[in-house]
Design a protein around this ligand. Structure first.
Ligand code: SF4
Length: 388
């Protein structure tokens, strides 16, 4: 199972580690050597961080007393509370969840029923349904309840009842956690699947659903799937019937920017029930690199389109936010709606950012901008330039 993670490089964090022989490639909670007595529970697995021969021997003594669910790992990069899968054959550990991160998400499947131009995680057809069991196990192993837990893919709705089982596991083990499911929403057009997943749901879920145009010719082109626009709209209406919270997601690639004001008006007129709409800079990875001519945009050249679209959304009272967009790429009028949105471990800043007055509020860059492109030429902002 552990080696199957290797294909999901962009979503997983991996560390080299010296692992105790015999540990299994299953979900474990990482715990410090000094805390094992406090944290230990019979129904969980533990990876004990050790830093010396004495600590390794201490873990082995505990094993000899009958604690068969603990193994030691020597790795400075692991943190207490990590939920991780050791891979003894590769001498590495995949961290599925890190408490100290700002954003948390679990990877549900690499399969998808769309084929988006800018997909950051190109889909594969292989059966990866074991990821459902891993996600449920990860939820059980979380030491603290996160405020928000993302579920992502691939397309999580393809899991049907499997997705519902993960949502129910969150409800049981972490009732205060809110879940955000990133889905194209198309399978919610099927009322049987919608009922399987939504009926009597007790956990609080926000559904993050991409919409790339005000008409099928744009949306279906971007997701490379005829009929997707109609299915997504039917799915959105079904979610509304089930009183579910929806965030629409719009990735700012060229074909989408061309119609962004029309899309904003379409949402205002036809989907006024959505909680908010997120306008997102494109990640330069995966299919986006292959479709660079359509996906690489300099956001600073689209400032008037972004401002006009924001005005249309304001007129319709649709809350909106900007994600994955550095502040220096945006007009200052849009700064209040720009969020620090890039997951901690893939978030970097450039040399221009070092002395920038707004760095602490800025989304910065994806780590892979080095190999791809920057969302605009970066510009250090001086304190004196910031309009209060
Ligand atoms: S220079 Fe860096 S920190 Fe400053 S606004 Fe641009 S990307 Fe953000």
């Amino acid at each position: 199972m552990g080696s199957a993670h290797i294909g999901f490089k962009s979503l997983m964090r991996k560390f080299k580690a010296v692992l105790q022989p015999g540990c299994q490639p299953l979900v474990h909670r990482v715990v410090g050597y000094a805390d094992i007595a406090n944290d230990w529970a019979p129904d969980l697995r533990f990876l004990v961080r050790v830093g010396s021969a004495e600590e390794r021997e201490g873990v082995e003594r505990l094993q000899n007393t009958g604690l068969t669910n603990i193994f030691w790992a020597e790795d400075a990069a692991l943190e207490d509370g990590d939920v991780a899968v050791p891979n003894p054959h590769q001498e590495e550990v995949v961290v599925l969840f890190r408490e100290s991160d700002t954003h948390h998400s679990l990877f549900m499947t690499n399969r998808c029923n769309s084929y988006c131009l800018m997909c950051s995680q190109p889909p594969t057809a292989a059966d990866d349904s074991w990821l459902v069991e891993e996600a449920i196990d990860a939820v059980r192993h979380l030491r603290k309840s996160p405020d928000v837990l993302g579920l992502t893919g691939g397309e999580p709705l393809l899991l049907g009842v499997g997705l519902r089982r993960v949502l129910d596991a969150v409800a049981v083990h972490h009732p205060s956690t809110r879940v955000e499911v990133l889905t194209n929403g198309r399978l919610f057009a099927n009322s049987k699947i919608a009922s399987q997943i939504l009926e009597d749901l007790t956990v609080s879920v926000k559904w993050l659903i991409p919409l790339y145009g005000h008409a099928d010719f744009v949306h279906d082109f971007v997701v490379q799937t005829p009929g997707a626009f109609d299915e997504t709209l039917a799915g959105l209406l079904l979610l509304q019937m089930h009183r579910q919270e929806i965030q629409l997601r719009v990735v700012l690639i060229e074909p989408v920017l061309q119609v962004l004001p029309e899309l904003a008006g379409f949402v205002g007129r036809n989907l006024p029930f959505v909680r908010e709409i997120a306008l997102m800079g494109c990640e330069p990875i995966g299919f986006a690199l292959a479709n660079r001519d359509l996906c690489e945009v300099d956001l600073s050249e689209w400032a008037s389109t972004l401002e006009l679209s924001a005005r249309v959304l304001r007129r319709h009272d649709i809350p909106h936010l900007l994600m994955n967009a550095p502040l220096c790429a945006l007009p200052q009028r849009l700064w209040p709606v720009a969020h620090r949105s890039i997951s901690d471990w893939k978030n970097v800043y450039a040399q221009e950012c070092e002395s920038c007055a707004v760095k602490s509020d800025c989304a910065g860059l994806f780590a892979w901008h080095e190999k791809g492109w920057k969302p605009a030429p970066l510009k250090t902002i001086e304190e004196s330039e910031v309009v209060s």
